[in-house]
Structures are given as structure tokens and as C-alpha cells.
Design a binder for this molecule. Structure first.
Ligand code: HEM
Ligand SMILES: [Ca+2]
Length: 942
């Protein structure tokens, strides 16, 4: 790895080698840790400390920036003398101190570049409180004089020939840094890769995006089992269906007894908070119908002594439509012509696929990459290969997972936070509730198992806490409550094994902002000027917050013991499109940014098109917001998570220009059960237990301890805090992907104040996998083309010896290892954030979300397609721009998922280093700003 060693060594600087577990090869890191310098921060001296560890952080080669620019050391490209002289003249060398004060003229004599709250400077973003028409940001008469806007992609350098070195062996050009996100690992190790954009603002040298290959999605496994029992006819099925219905009545009876005996969850307990995020009332009748079908299948299995396979797969030959349960089949989505030809998605995701209109719709089943392994073939959780109990998930958790900090070398906490936000757009597995909507409790109040089997709700799967648990034993806890996920009717409404229900739209469509059906969406709209509802912060110069959730089942205020003040009256839980919005302050902050951006877009569109009505403004703003988020996801976020090579292999790289023709009407976009229940939960290892609040100087001011802020969003209300959270997310290193998890989520998840303990997220994830019938880790290795392990030592190719040893002690067979724990124990795949098995599942899902979405942002030839001009604008978006435009954050690094560095330096939010999306091409009847020839530059193939 060709990382330049830093030449500069000043007084107090000393090299500190970060601790790495032996199984993490340094070669997988973007920056060689041995050449990263840390300087201790002296008390009282304002220093920049993105590590949050009390060290000034310096990337290698920052000191010799000047030397690099004057004397390129890559002999392969020697610019001619003239252009080199021009280059030097036009390129005043930046001072590359990591202290942003140096980048933005500091000094005690000048006015401070950073304004603390309460500020007095007139910093008013285009969108400001309420729905007032924004300050015009366009000159409608003449095209904007912005060379970046008008020259078109692939021509960044035409006006300003800038010397750029080869990056990764390819010719490169100077571009806004967000256009180099895919190449960032190479850019970071290429000397001279920092450059200046035509406007003189910092940019980054990198190559054009490579052509996408067209990788195929995983071939889904199917099982065709013929049920040999000829005697099963429709009469037998109907008889079993009666038994299925009887089971449901029995369950109602049990629930009555439980309520009489007061075995329900206590408000404010951990289980209660867990449940809050999973309200499922609307879906209740669907899941009851699905459970009746499952119980019917089980009953047939018992009556005819079927093998698990015959019951789970063979009985799929019977369709409920032909039985007394025909009413329980959900009606097919009806898509009229207007809906099918609409440029806007439906709110519940239906009618996206013309042939299968229910694909991706909210409250439909997850699909599976592999057929399930329920113990009875139908619904009972997985057991070991030889039919015995699997080890307790908590035992697995305490044996394999460590509470250690391993800060990321390159990524900020935004990678985690954006990931959670995405997860909440894609999957919501709701758990069973009692028929009066109260929560189900699966343990005694003292944390013991419910001895009396009659008192255990049939959909409980409590997690046994081992005797001598290093943490929970201190509190005498032996039982962690766990309620099963509700099922959905199967796509074809057949009998057969259970399928879990996704409560939200499967598409990447901002259902977390807008809701997953018309009713939820309506409750979030003002029906004026296309805007979403807000909480207007009276008396502050602050931007709007999310609207209050007046139906909240709990309150989101902090106790006086924690905040020092009485819970303020104005602090309410927030309401947005997803029920988990209040889960942590940083999640609520993220949701706020997108809500504000919607309203900002709607206001700008109203300015450009005063004749558009509320509906048009809402839908157009929604369409643009979704497109922006999809672009950010595939351009900035996903390349970090699955790596550039995988992106290219599967055809997931964003296009630099033109329209995408990859839409595949036969590809089911639905979320894979394995993705929701295991692979995409990789993000849980990235969670920071202490989340920073940092000021405008990007200096940490304070932090919150996660356990005190689950479902408490009071801090977000304090003026200025939203910005502090945003800057904290952009400066604090994320945690690395590994088997280290913060104890805030392994011991204190949703902790009730004063109790001292909460739930364990790792245990929940493992148990959820068993609940959903996911096969073991080894099956997924095979699915993903990794050799199936025959014995434990075969796992050493991807998993460290220490963990393999633990697995051997925990599990009888290598085939028993749970997917979640196996996946998080893998070494990272080279160039990716996660290990190869999770990478394979996550990549496959994002392929489906792109190629199986008729409304994907860059797809051409569809009613929802943008014009090339509009698409050209959308491609300018970056997450940094969204943060800048929708908060009072004034400075940021353009690639906000990555640390500030020489090629990603902190700039003013006004800087063209963070390009803006110009909405002029959404103005109806506007004079065309672009010539077609401008935007169809042929791409070089590399
Ligand atoms: C503060 C941070 C986070 C907390 C407290 C948290 C907590 C949780 C909890 C309690 C569940 C449900 C567990 C269960 O009962 O099965 C869950 C599910 C999930 N989480 Fe997280 N999570 C966080 C961050 C993330 C991140 C960063 C990602 C991904 C990058 C992620 C992805 C998921 C997914 C995909 C699910 C399953 C969703 C479903 O199907 O219901 N989470 N999380
Ligand atoms: Ca969605």
C-alpha cells in the first residue's frame, strides 16, 4: 500500500499505533495507521479532535502538500512546462492544517469565523420557517453564470485545466469531492489528488466512473416437495382450517387470562419501549389471517404425520382461496391506468410493478434468498441439526461480543446514522400484540421465566439469560422478553410455512418521511403549498422541527434527574413517516433534515411554478427528495459499505450521465428476510454509545449516553443542539465493523431509568433470526460462493481463531451457527466495510432495490423518469448539501461520511465544492438551459 509517510515532525508529536485485533489486516484500511500522527491536545488550546480521544488527528502527507504539488512524484505523467507553470500560478497552496480555523481565516484579531448560538449574523437559508416563499435563488431571466452548472458532466476541467495525477492508474479530473466518493480510498493515497475547481474552491482529482457490469441477482432457492398423501383433499384442509380458527380463539382466551393475571408489559419498561417502535394495528387482521393459515398448515402436518418439508413446502399446493379461509386472502392491488401512468409512486408501494402490483407494497411478506428452516417446517423456531435446542442467544452474545471501542479509521458516525435511517425506509418487522393492542410480556416481573406454561403467550420466545451472566446476574435477571414477529399472508395465499410481514414499503422511497399508506401520508401533510407539517419554533431563529405526535403512547421528555430541569411542556415525541423516528436524538435529527428538505423543495418549486397546486408541489417535491436520497445512497453511502468492486460487478454504480435502462420487471424488489433480520443489522456494530454534540469549531462540547436517550428527543428541542448533533455526526469517528458492540445496546438497550439494565440487541438479532426461520450461517456462505465449512477450522478463512474457538464451544455443529453472529464475526471484505457474506446479501438487496424499482431515479422511458437535464441536476446532490441547506451548519467536509482530509477539506456551505441542485429545469415552459450535446459526452471505457 503506497501511503506516504508524513515528513513533518513537530515537537510534541508522537506516533501512536492504534490497537488492532490481529485478524484485521492493515491492508484493508484506507490509511495506514502507522503513518497517521496524533498529537495530544493541551488543555485550554482549541484543537481539532475528530477522534474524540483527545488527540489531534493528522492524515499522512498533509504536511508536504506543497511539495507534492510542485513536484509530482508520479513519473508517468509529466505536465508540460507551460501548463505546469500555469498550474502553479493558479494554484495557491492551501494551508492544510486540520484545524478548520486555519482554513477559514481564524485569528484573535479578526472576527471569529464561527458564530456561536445565539448568533446575530443574518444567516438565512433559502428555506426559512413556515411556508413563506423563499428568497429567490434564481435569476429567471438569464441562465445562472455557473460553469459547473452549465458545462455538463465529463467537462469539469474545460474552463480550468488543472493538473491531476493518475488515480489508481487511471487518468483523473478535478471535480467536486462528492463525485469522487466511489474512488475515495484511492484518492486518499494518491499524492496531489487535492485540486481546485473552476471557481477556485477545493475539489478532488479522480477518474470517471467505470462502466457498470451487469451482475445477476442471487438465484433464490426453491423447494418443490410433493405431498405424497393423496388422502389430503379439500375437505381435510377445511377441517384443519376449523382447527386453525380454534387456535386463534384459544389464543384470545389465553390473552384474557394473562390480562386478568396482570401479565402485560409495564409502561416505560424496556419491552414497552421496544414495542413502541412497532405499532401494527393496521396490519392486525392480515397477520391474524396469516397465523390462521399457519396453524391450519401445522394441524394438517400433525393429522397426516407429514415431515417438516412436506408440511412447510408440500402443502403450498393448497390455496386458501379454495377453503373456508378464503376471506383471509388480501385483495390484490388494483391499479387503474392513471396510477400506472402516474409519474409519482403510490404511497403504499403498490402498482410499481405492473404485472405483480403487490410487490414491494407495505404489509406484505419479506421474500427469502434461502428457504426457511423452521423446526416443524412451518413456524417453530430453528433447532440444531440433530433436533436439540440451540444455545441461548445471550450466551452467544456474551461469548462472542466484546464491549470495546474500535473507532473507524476513515468514516464518521454519519455512516451508521444514515444506515439506520435507510433501514427504517426498508424494513419493519412488527411483533405480536394482544387483541386489545397491549404488549405481550414473556417473563415475570422479576426477570424469571414464566414457569406456568399456560401463562406463556404462544407467540413468546423468551431469551434465557445464563446463570452467571457477567452483567444481568447482578440484577438477578434470567429471562429477556422476546415476542415473535407477525406473519403476512403468503404472496400466492397458499398454505405452507410462515412468512414475516414487512410493515412498511419495501422500496427505497422515503416511506420513513411520508408514511407507508395514504392514511399515514395524509396525517403528515398540511395540504398547503405541498408542505409537510412541522413544529414551528416560536421565538427562536431556528428552523422548523418535526411535528408533534399527539397520539404517542409515551412521552419523549427527559427526567429532571438527567436533564436538570422539569420536563418542558412543549417537548413532544416527533411524528414522521416511520414509527421509530424518536428512537434516538440523532435519528430524529436525520428525519428532520429530510422533512425540511421536502419543504424547502416544495417552496422553491412553488416559487418557480406559482400555478402548481398543493398536490402537484407535494408530489414533485417528494419525487425529487426520493431521487436525491437514492443518489446519495448509491453514490456516497453504498460504495463505503459494499465497496467499489462489488458495486461495479453488480451494476450498482451510479451513472455519470444519461439514463439507466436496467429496469427489470421480473425482479422482485421486496426486502429479503435475511437482509432485514441479519445482514443489514450490521449497522449495530457501528453504533457509538456516546454520541457527540460539537460546536461550530467542530470541537466536541458534550456527549449523550445512548441509554438515557432512547425514545427521548428533548435535546433536539434546545436551540442550537440540532446543529451540534449534526456536527458531532460529521466529526466523531464511527465504530468499526467487528464483533465489538457498545454496551449501550448490549446491556442497556431501551433501559428504564433507574433499573440499571435494559435489553441486549445482539441477543434480539440472533433470536429474531431463529424466529424468522433463517437457516444457519454456513448455508449463506454456500449461497454466496464461499466454501461451505465442513468443520469449525474451515471458518478460519474469514473468522479469527478466537471467535472460531468460541463457536466450537457454543455450537454442536458448524451448521448450527446463527447467520447474524457468523456475519458480524467475519473479517471485512477488501475495500468494503462489512464481511463477504453480509456484503453478498446487502449487495443483492440493493440490486433489487435499483433494478426492480420502476421509479428508480435514473431509470429512463418510464412515466416517473426525469428529463436528462433534471437528472443532471439531481446528480449534484450530496448528503453534505442536504445538511448545509437544512440547518445552520455553516462549514462541513463535502464527503460527510468520511473524515475531513486533504482531499475532503472543510469548506463553507456556500462553496461550490458542495454543488447545489438547481431546480430551474423543473420550471414549466422554461427556456432550455442545456443543449443536448452538452450532456451526452461519451464515456471513456476503463
Ligand atoms: C442507535 C442505533 C440503533 C439502535 C438503538 C437500533 C435498535 C434496533 C432494534 C431494537 C431493532 C429491533 C430488534 C428486534 O427486536 O429484532 C432493530 C432492528 C433493525 N436495525 Fe437497528 N438500531 C440502530 C441502528 C441501526 C443501524 C445503523 C442499522 C443499519 C445500518 C440498523 C438496521 C436495523 C435493521 C435492518 C433492523 C430490522 C428492521 C426490522 O425488520 O424491523 N439499525 N434495531
Ligand atoms: Ca420504503
Amino acid at each position: 500500500q503506497s501511503v506516504r509517510k508524513s515528513k513533518g515532525s513537530n515537537g510534541g508529536t508522537r506516533k501512536i499505533r492504534r490497537q488492532h485485533s490481529s485478524r484485521r489486516p492493515d491492508s484493508s484500511l484506507n490509511v495506514n495507521p502507522s503513518s497517521v500522527e496524533f498529537k495530544r491536545i493541551d488543555d485550554g488550546v482549541v484543537q481539532y479532535d475528530p477522534s474524540g480521544l483527545g488527540f489531534e488527528f493528522k492524515l499522512p502527507f498533509q504536511d508536504d502538500f506543497e511539495a507534492q504539488h510542485v513536484k509530482p512524484d508520479d513519473g508517468s505523467i509529466t505536465p508540460d512546462a507551460k501548463s505546469k507553470a500555469e498550474f502553479q500560478e493558479n494554484n495557491p497552496v492551501y494551508h492544510t492544517s486540520p484545524n478548520p480555523e486555519a482554513t477559514h481565516p481564524p485569528s484573535s484579531t479578526q472576527a471569529p469565523a464561527y458564530i456561536e448560538f445565539p448568533f446575530d449574523a443574518p444567516i438565512v437559508p433559502a428555506y426559512f420557517s413556515g411556508f413563506s416563499v423563499p428568497k429567490p435563488s434564481y435569476n429567471l431571466e438569464t441562465p445562472p453564470d455557473n460553469s459547473y452548472t452549465t458545462i455538463g458532466p465529463g467537462k469539469y476541467n474545460n474552463k480550468y485545466p488543472y493538473y491531476c495525477p493518475k488515480v489508481g492508474g487511471y487518468e483523473s479530473q478535478c471535480r467536486p469531492t462528492k463525485d469522487c466518493s466511489v474512488w475515495y480510498d484511492l484518492v486518499l493515497i494518491t499524492p496531489d489528488a487535492a485540486c481546485k475547481l473552476p471557481e477556485g474552491e477545493p475539489g478532488t482529482c479522480c477518474p470517471d466512473l467505470p462502466y457498470n457490469s451487469y451482475g445477476e441477482s442471487i438465484k433464490k432457492a426453491k423447494k418443490n416437495v410433493k405431498c405424497e398423501h393423496q388422502c389430503i383433499d379439500i375437505y381435510s384442509v377445511n377441517a384443519a382450517a376449523h382447527a386453525g380458527q380454534f387456535h386463534m380463539r384459544l389464543m384470545d382466551e389465553t390473552e384474557k387470562i394473562l390480562r386478568d393475571k396482570n401479565i402485560t408489559i409495564r409502561p416505560s419498561s424496556s419491552s414497552y419501549t421496544h414495542l413502541l417502535f412497532q405499532t401494527a394495528t393496521e396490519a392486525e387482521h392480515l397477520s391474524r389471517a396469516a397465523l390462521t393459515s399457519i396453524e391450519t398448515t401445522r394441524e394438517l402436518g400433525k393429522r397426516f404425520d407429514l415431515t417438516p418439508e412436506e408440511a412447510g413446502f408440500g402443502l403450498t399446493q393448497f390455496n386458501l382461496k379454495d377453503t373456508i379461509l378464503s376471506d383471509s386472502c388480501p385483495a390484490d392491488s388494483v391499479c387503474d391506468e392513471k396510477t400506472l401512468l402516474s409519474p409519482y409512486r403510490t404511497l403504499d408501494g403498490s402498482c410499481n410493478n405492473v404485472k405483480y402490483p403487490s410487490w414491494g407494497k407495505s404489509r406484505t411478506q419479506f421474500q427469502r434468498a434461502l428457504i426457511p428452516t423452521y423446526a416443524d417446517g412451518v413456524w417453530l423456531p430453528r433447532r440444531t441439526q440433530n433436533g436439540s435446542e440451540l444455545p441461548s442467544p445471550r450466551l452467544v452474545s456474551i461469548s462472542v461480543v466484546l464491549d470495546k471501542s474500535s473507532p473507524s479509521e476513515a468514516e464518521t458516525t454519519w455512516v451508521m446514522q444514515y444506515g439506520q435511517f435507510l433501514a427504517h425506509d426498508l424494513a419493519l418487522s412488527s411483533v405480536f400484540r394482544m387483541n386489545d393492542n397491549s404488549g405481550i410480556e414473556c417473563c415475570t416481573e422479576e426477570g424469571k421465566s414464566l414457569k406456568d406454561a399456560e401463562l406463556l403467550h404462544p407467540e413468546c420466545m423468551p431469551i434465557e439469560i445464563p446463570d452467571g451472566d457477567p452483567f444481568f446476574s447482578k440484577f438477578g435477571q434470567r429471562c429477556m422478553s422476546f415476542v415473535r414477529t407477525t406473519p403476512a399472508p403468503r404472496f400466492d395465499c397458499s398454505l405452507g410455512h410462515g412468512e414475516q410481514m414487512n410493515g412498511i414499503t419495501h422500496y427505497l422511497d422515503h416511506s420513513n418521511v411520508y408514511g407507508s399508506d395514504n392514511k399515514q401520508a395524509a396525517a403528515l401533510r398540511t395540504y398547503e403549498n405541498g408542505a409537510l407539517k412541522v413544529t414551528h419554533q416560536k421565538g427562536h431563529y431556528d428552523l422548523d422541527l418535526l411535528p408533534p405526535d399527539n397520539m404517542a403512547e409515551t412521552n419523549c421528555t427527559l427526567s429532571k434527574a438527567i436533564s436538570g430541569i422539569d420536563p418542558p411542556d412543549n417537548v413532544k415525541c416527533f411524528k414522521a413517516g416511520d414509527s421509530r423516528t424518536n428512537q434516538s436524538p440523532n435519528l430524529a435529527v436525520t428525519q428532520t433534515i429530510f422533512m425540511r428538505e421536502h419543504n424547502r423543495l416544495a417552496a422553491e418549486l412553488a416559487y418557480l411554478n406559482p400555478h402548481w397546486n398543493d398536490e402537484r408541489l407535494y408530489q414533485e417535491a417528494r419525487r425529487i427528495l426520493i431521487a436525491q436520497m437514492q443518489h446519495i445512497t448509491y453514490n456516497e453511502w453504498l460504495p463505503i459499505v459494499i465497496g467499489r468492486a462489488k458495486m461495479q460487478e453488480l451494476g450498482l454504480l451510479p451513472l455519470q450521465q444519461g439514463l439507466n435502462e436496467d429496469y427489470s420487471k421480473n425482479l422482485n424488489p421486496s426486502i429479503l428476510n435475511e437482509f432485514a433480520t441479519a445482514a443489514f443489522r450490521f449497522g449495530h456494530t457501528l453504533i457509538q454509545g456516546k454520541q457527540d454534540l460539537s460546536n461550530r469549531r467542530r470541537k466536541k462540547e458534550s456527549h449523550i449516553l445512548l441509554r438515557q436517550h432512547f425514545n427521548k428527543v428533548q435535546k433536539v428541542y434546545t436551540p442550537g443542539n440540532l446543529e451540534k448533533f449534526l456536527i458531532g455526526l460529521a466529526t466523531q469517528p464511527g465504530q468499526d465493523f467487528d464483533n465489538y458492540f457498545s454496551k449501550e445496546v448490549t446491556n442497556h438497550l431501551f433501559e428504564e431509568e433507574g433499573k440499571g439494565f435494559g435489553l441486549d440487541l445482539v441477543s434480539l438479532n440472533i433470536q429474531r433470526g431463529r424466529d424468522h426461520g433463517l437457516p444457519g450461517y454456513n448455508e449463506y456462505r454456500a449461497l454466496c460462493g464461499i466454501p461451505r465449512a465442513k468443520k469449525f477450522s474451515d471458518l478460519l478463512d474469514l473468522i479469527s481463531p478466537a471467535i472460531v474457538e468460541r463457536f466450537e464451544l457454543l455450537y454442536d455443529s458448524v451448521d448450527d451457527i446463527d447467520l447474524y453472529i457468523g456475519g458480524v464475526s467475519e473479517d471485512k471484505f477488501e475495500g468494503a466495510l462489512i464481511g463477504p457474506t453480509f456484503q453478498c446479501i446487502v449487495a443483492d438487496q440493493f440490486l433489487r432495490l435499483k433494478r426492480g424499482d420502476r421509479y428508480f431515479y435514473d431509470v429512463g422511458g418510464q412515466p416517473g423518469s426525469f428529463t436528462e437535464e433534471q437528472l443532471y441536476e439531481i446528480r449534484k446532490i450530496s448528503f453534505a448539501r442536504l445538511v448545509c441547506d437544512n440547518s445552520f451548519v455553516l462549514y462541513t467536509q463535502p464527503l460527510i461520511f468520511k473524515f475531513e482530509s486533504d482531499v475532503n477539506r472543510v469548506v463553507d456551505c456556500d462553496s461550490s465544492s458542495i454543488p447545489r441542485v438547481d431546480l430551474l429545469s423543473w420550471k414549466e415552459n422554461s427556456t432550455k438551459l442545456y443543449k443536448r450535446s452538452d450532456i451526452s459526452v461519451p464515456l471513456k471505457k476503463i
